[in-house]
Design a protein around this ligand. Structure first.
Ligand code: ZN
Length: 185
């Protein structure tokens, strides 16, 4: 075991506590702190009253591109980029701070099952760092949204400006209903 100073260890425990409170999964805790798996499990149980969920993180880039997750992921990533650029934050501290602001923006707390979990937010940053996902501006509203970096994203329109087909179907159904009402009037 590597010898650590007491202060250093206290900082690592503090970081782990904050991550657990924000909803981090065990794999994320192991990757972002120097604490042993056993200690992290113990800490998790103490704070949450239950064992951490088992299993690997199932995330692929696809999830971030589906309609509602894309909007939430884009909000988070814009905040994260802003903090990295202007607030001199980096790494896990930038992820945590951006995630707290994201929760405030969507009016949720970490226990409230927000659309974007902390572990997913962290995964998103890693996908962006490995250049699989990126932000591009919507040609309609000029907001920046998460897209697949390998797609052609010319004339990109976001999910808010260009509502997906299931919403379109509802609109068509509404128009059809209005037409039939007009005929009967
Ligand atoms: Zn837009």
């Amino acid at each position: 075991m590597i010898k650590k100073s007491v202060v250093e260890e206290a900082e690592q425990i503090q970081l782990a506590i904050e991550l657990i409170r924000l909803g981090a999964r065990l794999q994320m805790l192991e990757s972002q702190t120097t604490l042993s798996r056993e200690r992290l499990i113990k800490l998790y149980k103490e704070l949450k009253g239950v064992s951490p969920p088992k299993g690997m993180l199932p995330f692929s880039t696809d999830w971030f591109l589906t309609w509602q997750p894309n909007i939430h992921s884009s909000i988070f990533l814009n905040i994260y980029n802003f903090l990295v650029e202007y607030a001199d934050l980096k790494g896990i501290h930038a992820v945590m701070k951006a995630y707290k602001i994201y929760l405030e923006q969507v009016g949720k707390d970490a226990q409230d099952e927000p659309v974007l979990s902390l572990t997913r937010a962290w995964t998103l940053v890693r996908f962006v760092e490995s250049r699989m996902l990126k932000l591009v501006p919507c040609t309609c509203c000029t907001g920046n949204f998460v897209v697949n970096a390998y797609d052609l994203n010319q004339n990109y329109q976001c999910g808010i400006c260009h509502i997906p087909s299931r919403a379109g179907k509802t609109k068509l159904a509404k128009e059809a209903l209005e037409k039939s009402l007009a005929v009967n009037a």
